[in-house]
Ligand binder design. Structure first.
Ligand code: GLC
Ligand code: CA
Length: 546
C-alpha cells in the first residue's frame, strides 16, 4: 500500500454519501444505489477523488445501516450487489474510488451470528459476542453506558446473561478478543477489496480493543495490535485508503494509528474540534456556541501533531453532526458567503478534506420543531430518557434542533420540484423547507455558487502541490474573529485569511506574512496584496499564492 509520500488520497477531495438521503431512483422515498449512479457526473464535475459511502449492507435499519445483518449483501431498499458492482465500476471509470463503511464493532441483532450466539450458552458462535452474568442483584454486570443512552448491557432472557452493546440494544458488540471474529472480518474485507473498492472508513474503530471488565472502551490495550493484524491481513500490497473514526483520538496518540511505521491506517477522523463546543455535562443536547480561538487551537494542534508524519482528515460535518453552515457560519443573508469561507479554510489546510453531501450547496440544518419529525434512533432514545427524567419537551427540542443527527440527514436538495427532486414519492425524512432556493440545479446555473467554489477548491488541490504538501504555519492565533494561516513549499507561499464573523473586522497581518501574489480563491472581491491592516468584510475569505 502506498501509505505515505505521494499517495493518491492525499491530493484527493473526498465526498461522503448518506445513501438513504442522496437520490431515490424508484419513488419509494429512500435513496438508493441506482440514484447514486445517476449522480456520478455531478460528482465527477465537482472534482472529487473518492466517495465514502455510508453503509449499504443488509440491515434492519435501526440505525440506518450501522446495524448490519449481512456484510456481503446489499439492503434491498438500496439495490442489489450487482448495482453496487456497477457503482464501483462506473465510479472507477470517472477516476472516483468507492470507500465502504466498515461497521465491525457491532452487528445487528438480526445477524445470523447473533441469532446463533443467543440461542444457548454453549452455542457454536456464543463467543462472537460479549456475554456476562448478571451482577449479584440481578442488574447489569457493570455501569458501562451506551452512547445512545442507558446501560450498555441488555439481559437476554433465553440464556439469563447480559450482552454488551455500546450503541443501541439492537447493535450487539462483537467480541474482538476472539480470533475467529477477527478472521471473519479480514475475510470479508478482502472479499470487498477484490470487488474493486478503494478502501474502508472504519466505524468507531477506537473501541475494538476494549476491556469491558475493567470498564475500558476507547483506546483499549489491544486496539493497535488488532489494527496491525488487520492491515497485514487485508491492506498489505493494495493501493487503498483507510480512515478510522476515532472520537477518543488526541494529538498525543494520533500517530499510533497513522504514523508511517505503524502499518495501521492511512488517517483517522478526530473530533476534538467538534466536542470542544459541547457542554461538559450535557454533551451535545445542550447547545453551546463555538469559540473561534478554541476551535483554532484544536485544529492548529492537529496540524502540528501530524506535520511530518501521519495525515489529517479535514471535515466540518458528517451524517452525525449538524450542518456546517448552521453551526459555524450563517443561515441567513451570509449563508453563501459563509459556506464558501468555511470551505476555503478547511480545504486549504494540510490533510484530505471530506465534503458531506449537500455541504457543497450550503445546505442548512433541518429546522425540525416537533419530535414527530425526527427519525434518528439516538435522538429518539435520548428523547425518551430525558422525558422520563423530567426535562421539558421545549428544552429537549432546543438541543435536537441544533445537534440532532437528523439535521444532516434530510434529503439532498437537487431541484426546486416537490421534495427537492430527491424522490417522486414521500421521503423517509422531511425535506428542509428552504429547498426552493437552496438546490443543486440553481447552484449549477450560477458561476458564483457555493458549489462552484467547492469545485474550484477541489481542482486547486489537484493542481497545486503546496495545498497538499506545504508546511502549515498558524497566524493570529488569539484573534477572536479571524482564522489565518500560511502554507509553504519550496519557496512558494500561500496565505489564507478568513473572517468568521458577520461584522466587518480589522485585522493586522503580521509583517512576516505580508503577501503580494495571485488571488487563488475568494468569496468577495479579489485581493492579490495583503499587508498591514486589512479590513475584512463579513465572512470574507481569500487565499493568495506567491
Ligand atoms: C458511528 C457512526 C454513527 C453510528 C455509530 C454506531 O459513530 O458514524 O452513525 O450510529 O457509529 O455504528
Ligand atoms: Ca429508492
Amino acid at each position: 500500500m502506498t501509505q505515505h509520500g505521494t499517495a493518491w488520497w492525499k491530493s484527493a477531495t473526498a465526498y461522503q454519501i448518506y445513501p438513504r438521503s442522496f437520490c431515490d431512483s424508484n419513488g419509494d422515498g429512500i435513496g438508493d444505489i441506482p440514484g447514486i449512479i445517476s449522480k456520478l457526473d455531478y460528482l465527477q464535475d465537482l472534482g472529487i477523488g473518492f466517495i465514502w459511502l455510508s453503509p449499504v449492507f443488509a440491515s434492519p435499519m435501526v440505525d440506518n445501516g450501522y446495524d448490519i445483518s449481512d456484510y456481503r449483501d446489499v439492503a434491498p431498499e438500496f439495490g442489489t450487489l450487482e448495482d453496487l458492482d456497477q457503482l464501483i465500476a462506473d465510479a472507477k471509470a470517472r477516476g472516483i474510488g468507492i470507500v465502504l463503511d466498515l461497521v465491525v464493532n457491532h452487528t445487528s441483532d438480526q445477524h445470523p451470528w447473533f441469532q446463533d450466539a443467543r440461542a444457548a450458552r454453549d452455542a457454536p458462535l456464543r463467543d462472537y459476542y460479549i456475554w456476562r452474568d448478571p451482577a449479584p442483584d440481578g442488574g447489569p454486570p457493570n455501569d458501562l453506558q451506551s452512547s445512545f443512552g442507558g446501560p450498555a448491557w441488555t439481559l437476554d432472557p433465553q440464556t439469563g446473561q447480559y450482552y454488551l452493546h455500546l450503541f443501541d440494544r439492537r447493535q450487539p458488540d462483537l467480541n474482538w478478543s476472539n480470533h475467529r471474529v477477527r478472521a471473519e472480518v479480514h475475510d470479508m474485507m478482502n472479499w470487498w477489496y477484490d470487488r474493486g473498492i478503494a478502501g474502508f472508513r472504519m466505524d468507531v474503530i477506537d473501541v475494538i480493543g476494549k476491556e469491558v471488565d475493567r470498564g475500558i472502551t476507547t483506546n483499549g490495550p489491544h486496539l493497535h495490535r488488532y489494527l496491525q493484524d488487520m492491515h497485514r491481513a487485508t491492506a498489505l500490497g493494495r493501493d487503498i485508503v483507510t480512515v478510522g473514526e476515532a472520537w477518543s483520538a488526541t494529538p498525543e496518540n494520533a500517530l499510533l494509528y497513522c504514523g508511517r511505521d505503524r502499518q495501521e491506517l492511512s488517517m483517522i477522523f478526530q473530533f476534538s474540534h467538534i466536542t470542544q463546543s459541547w457542554d461538559e455535562e450535557h454533551g451535545k443536547w445542550k447547545p453551546k456556541d463555538f469559540d473561534l480561538v478554541a476551535l483554532k487551537r484544536v485544529l492548529n494542534e492537529w496540524q502540528a501533531a501530524l506535520a511530518h508524519d501521519g495525515w489529517n482528515s479535514l471535515f466540518w460535518s458528517n451524517h452525525d453532526l449538524p450542518r456546517a453552515v448552521s453551526k459555524y457560519g450563517d443561515e441567513g443573508v451570509y449563508r453563501e458567503v459563509s459556506a464558501k469561507m468555511l470551505a476555503t479554510v478547511l480545504h486549504l489546510m494540510k490533510g484530505t478534506p471530506y465534503i458531506y453531501q449537500g455541504e457543497e450547496l450550503g445546505m442548512t440544518n433541518a429546522g425540525f420543531t416537533r419530535i414527530d419529525q425526527y427519525r434518528d434512533v439516538e435522538t429518539l432514545n435520548f428523547h425518551a430518557l430525558q422525558m422520563a427524567a423530567g426535562v421539558t419537551p421545549e428544552a429537549f427540542l432546543h438541543g435536537a434542533c441544533a445537534n440532532s443527527r437528523d439535521n444532516a440527514r434530510t434529503p439532498m436538495q437537487w431541484t426546486d420540484a416537490p421534495h427537492a427532486g430527491f424522490t417522486t414519492g414521500t421521503p423517509w425524512l422531511e425535506v428542509t423547507a428552504n429547498y426552493p432556493t437552496i438546490n443543486a440545479a440553481a447552484a449549477l446555473a450560477d458561476p458564483d455558487s457555493v458549489l462552484a467554489h467547492y469545485r474550484r477548491l477541489a481542482h486547486l488541490r489537484r493542481d497545486l502541490p503546496i495545498i497538499v504538501h506545504g508546511d502549515y504555519l498558524p497566524l493570529a492565533e488569539d484573534h477572536p474573529q479571524v482564522f489565518a494561516y500560511q502554507r509553504r513549499l519550496a519557496g512558494q507561499r500561500l496565505l489564507v485569511v478568513a473572517n468568521f464573523s458577520a461584522a466587518e473586522v480589522a485585522f493586522d497581518l503580521p509583517d512576516r506574512a505580508a503577501m503580494r501574489g495571485r488571488c487563488l480563491i475568494t468569496n468577495r472581491a479579489a485581493r492579490d496584496v495583503a499587508e498591514g491592516r486589512l479590513t475584512l468584510s463579513p465572512y470574507e475569505a481569500f487565499a493568495i499564492l506567491s
